[in-house]
Design a protein around this ligand. Structure first.
Ligand code: HEC
Length: 254
């Protein structure tokens, strides 16, 4: 009996130890930023969303797919129908088979999904030193403190401290678990030129692309938050009415 209890204790201790952060190789916590879409009244800034899409399209899309988005979803960013048609038409997509049984290329349409940069995972790895650039559709939801983390990652590249020996093809980034990431710093100042004249600093491009990725991961955020506020208001009014009704019902009882 004693033996069983001791073994159980040992197993429990081992499990507990495993859940503790593993000393120095663990990534550090990303600092919190103020996001327009945070808080109970949060909404997405349309100008930031459009700039963020611009950054994704011109920079990140060279390596990262966003398979869950179709070009027509971009209407929600404030692009007109014609603008969306224009964006879709910039891409050549494979369609078919036609009557002869062959696949063929045609210009993209608003109903097409975002074109992926690589045909499959093996091609993506082959072009990226063996590392796989993950799909970004749900990235903000897929990582703890998603928006803050991705912003910290994009802006957090530094020369490695002397204690760290970088493996070949890796880059030092203290926010990435393990500190070594296969993605080279993707953002350089003025990598894009924003149509609205906003200066394209690394911090600005990062904030905008993260806003765009947050929208992609949760396009219904605004509706959800508005509904929450309405429900709270409704409950407050209902409480006041029930209280008044209760006082009236019991008014004559002494
Ligand atoms: C030249 C190719 C390339 C470009 C351009 C690029 N990435 Fe990456 N990215 C990668 C690769 C490769 C990985 C996988 C890294 C690894 O696992 O070590 C990655 C990983 C990531 C991750 C996941 C990190 C994690 O926690 O797993 C995020 C988020 C990311 N990239 C965002 C972006 C954004 C946003 C842009 C555009 C501003 C961008 N990337 C541009 C190649 C690229």
């Amino acid at each position: 009996m004693r033996k069983i209890v001791l073994t159980a204790l040992a197993v429990a201790a081992a499990c507990f130890a495993g859940s503790l952060p593993a000393s120095s190789s663990e990534a550090i916590k990303p600092p919190s930023q103020s996001w327009g879409f945070g808080g109970i009244f949060g909404t997405f800034d349309r100008a930031a969303l459009q700039r963020g899409f611009h950054v994704y399209k011109d920079v990140c899309a060279a390596c990262h797919s966003m398979n869950l988005l179709a070009y027509r979803n971009l209407r929600a960013l404030g692009f007109s129908e014609d603008e969306v048609k224009g964006i879709a038409a910039e891409y050549e997509v494979t369609d078919g088979p036609n009557d002869e049984g062959n696949m063929f290329q045609r210009a993209g349409r608003p109903s097409d999904r975002f074109k992926a940069p690589f045909a499959n995972e093996k091609a993506a790895r082959a072009a990226n030193n063996g590392a796989f650039p993950p799909d970004l559709s749900l990235m903000i939801k897929a990582r703890p403190s998603g928006a803050n983390y991705v912003h910290a990652l994009l802006t957090g590249y530094e020369p490695p401290p002397p204690s760290v020996k970088l493996m070949e093809g890796m880059n030092y980034n203290k926010f990435f678990p393990g500190g070594q990431i296969a993605m080279a710093p993707p953002l350089n100042a003025d990598a894009v030129t924003f149509g609205d004249g906003t200066p394209a600093t690394v911090a600005q491009m990062s904030k905008d692309v993260v806003t765009f990725l947050a929208w992609a991961a949760e396009p219904e955020l605004e509706v959800r938050k508005q509904m929450g506020v309405k429900v709270i208001l409704f409950l407050i009014v209902l409480t006041i009415m029930l209280y008044a009704a209760k006082r009236r019902t019991w008014a004559g009882v002494h």
